[in-house]
Design a protein around this ligand. Structure first.
Ligand code: BEZ
Length: 262
C-alpha cells in the first residue's frame, strides 16, 4: 500500500481493522491476474500481505510469490501473519531483485507514488518482467474520493492552511501513456465508479482519514487535526452519510489495467 514517498504513517492494526475493504475489493483484481500454478508473481505494495497470500495459494508450491512494500511496519505484520511467504521492504521505484517475474500485481498502491515518479515505476516493473509478462493493477482513478478530498482541502484552506491533493489518480489516457512509454502494450484499462461503504459505522470517515490522511494533515497538531476531521464530517454528512444505516459511503473511482511487456 505504500511506495515510500508518501508522508503517511502506517499502522497495520488500524489498516486491517478500519480499511479491510481495500484487500477485500482487491480480490477481484487478483482474479483478473488469474495466476497459474507455477508462476512467479510480485505483489507491489503488498501492505499486510492478504492478497499476496491469496495469490500464493493459487500458484501453489511450484510457484514463487514475493510481496514488497515500502512500509516496514506493514511488511513486519505480513511476515508475522504469513510466515511461510516471502516479503521484503522496498521502494517500488528501486526494487531490483536478482530474479524476474511472470507477472506483477498491484492493488491500491500506485496512487501513493507521485505523478513525476510513475514512469520510473513502470520502467522498473517492465525490467522485472519476462517478455510477455503481465502487469495487472488497480489504483484510484481520476476523481477518486473527490468529495472527501475537496471537503478536506476546503476546510484546511478556510483555516489558512496550505494543502495540496496528495495522491496520483490518473485518467485512463494518462496512465496508459505512462505504461506505453515503459514498453507495455495496454490490453485493458477501465475507469469505474465504486461507491465504497466505509468500515466503522459512524466513525467510518474519521477512521478512513486517520488511516490514509496523514499527508493531508501534515503540520497540524492532534487537536487541530481532530477539529478539521470533525468539520469535514459536517461538510459531507448530507451527501455521504446514511443516517438509517449509520454508515459513510466514499465516492471511490478505480482505474484497473492489464498491460503486457512487449
Ligand atoms: C485506498 O487505498 O483505498 C485509498 C488511499 C488513499 C486515497 C484514496 C483511496
Amino acid at each position: 500500500m505504500s511506495d515510500g514517498s508518501s508522508a503517511n504513517e502506517w499502522d497495520p492494526d488500524a489498516y486491517d481493522r478500519d480499511t479491510g475493504f481495500v484487500h477485500e475489493y482487491g480480490g477481484s483484481v487478483a482474479e483478473l491476474l488469474d495466476p497459474a500454478p507455477g508462476e512467479r508473481v510480485l505483489d507491489l505494495g503488498c501492505g499486510t500481505g492478504h492478497l499476496t497470500a491469496d495469490i500464493a495459494e493459487r500458484v501453489g508450491e511450484s510457484g514463487a510469490v514475493v510481496g514488497v512494500d515500502a512500509a516496514a511496519e506493514m511488511v513486519a505484520r505480513a511476515r508475522e501473519t504469513y510466515p511461510t511467504l516471502r516479503f521484503e521492504v522496498a521502494d517500488a521505484r528501486e526494487y531490483a531483485p536478482d530474479r524476474s517475474f511472470d507477472a506483477v500485481f498491484s492493488n491500491a498502491a500506485l496512487h501513493w507514488i507521485p505523478r513525476a515518479d510513475q514512469p520510473a515505476v513502470a520502467e522498473r516493473v517492465a525490467d522485472l518482467l519476462e517478455p510477455d509478462g503481465r502487469f495487472v493493477a488497480e489504483l484510484g482513478g481520476t476523481g477518486n474520493v473527490a468529495a472527501v478530498v475537496d471537503a478536506t482541502l476546503a476546510e484546511l484552506r478556510d483555516r489558512g492552511r496550505e494543502a495540496e491533493h496528495p495522491w496520483y489518480f490518473p485518467t485512463v489516457g494518462e496512465h496508459a501513456a505512462v505504461l506505453e512509454g515503459a514498453g507495455f502494450e495496454v490490453r485493458l484499462a477501465r475507469l469505474f465508479d465504486r461507491p465504497t461503504e466505509l468500515d466503522g459505522g459512524r466513525e467510518g470517515l474519521a477512521d478512513w482519514l486517520d488511516v490514509f490522511g496523514d499527508s493531508l494533515f501534515a503540520g497540524l497538531d492532534d487537536g487541530e487535526r481532530a477539529a478539521v476531521v470533525s468539520a469535514v464530517e459536517d461538510r459531507l454528512r448530507g451527501d455521504l452519510f446514511d443516517a438509517d444505516s449509520g454508515t459513510w459511503t466514499a465516492d471511490y473511482r478505480r482505474l484497473r489495467f492489464v498491460a503486457v511487456r512487449e
